[in-house]
Design a protein around this ligand. Sequence first.
Ligand SMILES: C[C@H](O)CC(=O)SCCNC(=O)CCNC(=O)[C@H](O)C(C)(C)COP(=O)(O)OP(=O)(O)OC[C@H]1O[C@@H](n2cnc3c(N)ncnc32)[C@H](O)[C@@H]1OP(=O)(O)O
Length: 724
Amino acid sequence: MGSKAKGRTVMEVGADGVAVITIVHPPVNSLSFDVLSSLKENFDQALRRDDVKAIVITGASRKFSGGFDITAFGGIQQGKDLPKPGFISVEVLTDTLEAARKPSVAAIDGLALGGGLEIAMICHARISTPTAQLGLPELQLGILPGFGGTQRLPRLVGLSKALEMILTSKPVKGEEACTLGLVDAVVSSDELLNTARRWALDIVERRRPWVASLYKTDKIEPLGEAREILKFARDQARKRAPNLTHPLVCIDVVEEGIVSGPRAGLLKESQASEELTRSDTAKSLMHIFFAQRGTTKVPGVTDLGLAPRQVKKVAILGGGLMGSGIATALILSNYPVILKEVNEKFLETGIGRVKANLQSRVKKGNMTQEKFEKTISLLKGSLDYESFKDVDMVIEAVIENVSLKQQIFADLERYCPPHCILASNTSTIDLNLIGEKTRSQDRIIGAHFFSPAHVMPLLEIVRTKQTSPQVIVDLLNVARKIRKTPVVVGNCTGFAVNRMFFPYTQAALLLVEHGADVYQIDKAITKFGMPMGPFRLCDLVGFGVAIATGSQFVQNFPERTYRSMLIPLMQEDKRAGETTRKGFYLYNDKRKASPDPELKKYIEKARNISGVTIDPKLVKLSEKDIIEMTFFPVVNEACRVLAEGIAVKAADLDISAAMGMGFPPYRGGIIFWADSLGSKYVYSRLEEWSKLYGDFFKPCAYLAERAAKGTPLSSPLEQAKSRL
Ligand SMILES: C[C@H](O)CC(=O)SCCNC(=O)CCNC(=O)[C@H](O)C(C)(C)COP(=O)(O)OP(=O)(O)OC[C@H]1O[C@@H](n2cnc3c(N)ncnc32)[C@H](O)[C@@H]1OP(=O)(O)O
């Protein structure tokens, strides 16, 4: 291997005549072009050598392979590094490895994902450990399995299961893989290599079958049944992701193999793979993949060599919706938790909520009763601070009241050990204010969960100027253990996510007061890919919360607030969202929303108070305009967040938008999406609207400067500053 090579394979030939080829490319043994060419070289060598009877392929460090090297897609997308279509999949993998005159067996531990599993399926048998994970998650990246997976998986496990595995991107574990026919035997890690070696020799001696997966037919359903399965899969794919075409392309490729034979399928797969790799969807989803992994790299924090301290016990203050959700998330990851409330009744309700959260898993079949008992036993209730003596972390989740929080933090300083992390789940309040009455500023940190906290994947970690890097590293580690994606942000009103959310609702209110239709806005935004439109969302969170958080922004950013009385007017009339069965929509017993003609009355009243007149242009807005007028103010605010250094990098905001706001990941996140349209375009439209509709739309300096220079919004801040 040259010093610059990205990974390799190594081959060792044993006295038994088995050549063991090991993929070596830490950390996940991904298949770079270097690994693939080294694999071909080793394989050719093994075929040439007279002392080699059979071949075993495995991965170093107990991981088979995490799939094709995703970093290599960048080069492919730019037209570089492009092997000719079908070269790897047909010439190398099918015509050299699978068609070889010596049998090969895959020895799978840890991961066999994407291209990794595809190489395993090319082998003539597969042995795995029980904990190995086998899957084809390519669709998550906007592409399809491109090394023959669309053809071989259906032939090994049947069409129905193969489509399920590919379309959901969910891997299966060793035991299930064995039941399905994807692997031939399951053994422990220690026995893996020896079993695979023996199996390979058994194939040579015809004691075991020599199977080329590509030509297996016994698992494939008859054509009529297959067509039904394909139709069902298409319907499901359209329903699940109406904006995405790559799942449908993938189904077409699978169908080609069923209808015209596996070689025709392989060729169609190669063509489709090349096209999809260059699609905007693939670029966006691959950006999200790396952005998600990049959130834990925080300059000046995670590069100091600090090891996270062990958090053995956590206390939570407040058993409301947030507190109970956080407690659920923690006990689900085996953290012992103390839940503190102010009286017996509240405590009982809080514990009841945690139980209900777990029970819903039991009902859905995702948790056994035994696991339920074990998990809930980790939760203890408390009415005082006595049991806080040995906690390593406290998360305060009481109502958003500054003086109450100040009192709590002063108490915590007295009762908790001096190393204890003091976290607040506040969604808007300045942390400096919360810790004002303590001398523990270095261990005060924001742990902003999103509701429902045991379900939503994002954790916004808020640091003040005094928060110590050690405490941030500790909380990042807790986030990893409870399987949340953390984003570390600076301290300000609303932090990153709520600051970006704020103009989203405001823009929608402005449009409606100027004549746009509530339901048309929600429809356009949902079609764009948000889980729901801004008005349906207001109904869901409730007008009380919407007004309370809104007022924080009105106070802090008055120059760019659009003041609308629409929500307060409706609330006065006891329309406060879904809980009152009336908000922007009417709700029936099954919580199904329908439009309400009465809404007009409130809109007119609000319009009169604001003193605005209907603008005919806004009455007939196109979907594109609705989307841009709603999201460009969000982009503008995201730019401010970046310029102020609240977010470390643009990609963190892409993740915050995708995981905290529901911004469609296949658009790459808020800044990535804006950059795909161009900073000049975003700026010019905001500038135009600010002249017509006021400062709410006024582009910020960061955006103006990027537009003037024609640079992307995502380029690092230093570059922006140097241009100031
Ligand atoms: C032709 C083929 O059909 C096309 C393909 O094979 S496309 C690739 C298909 N494979 C995948 O989608 C798997 C992607 N990877 C994953 O899901 C997860 O990384 C994993 C389950 C393998 C490991 O998860 P985990 O242990 O939590 O580690 P994770 O932090 O995600 O990854 C560790 C590092 O490996 C990198 N990595 C993981 N998979 C990679 C891959 N396939 N290519 C390149 N880098 C990869 C990550 O970026 C990360 O890098 P960093 O440390 O610099 O941030």
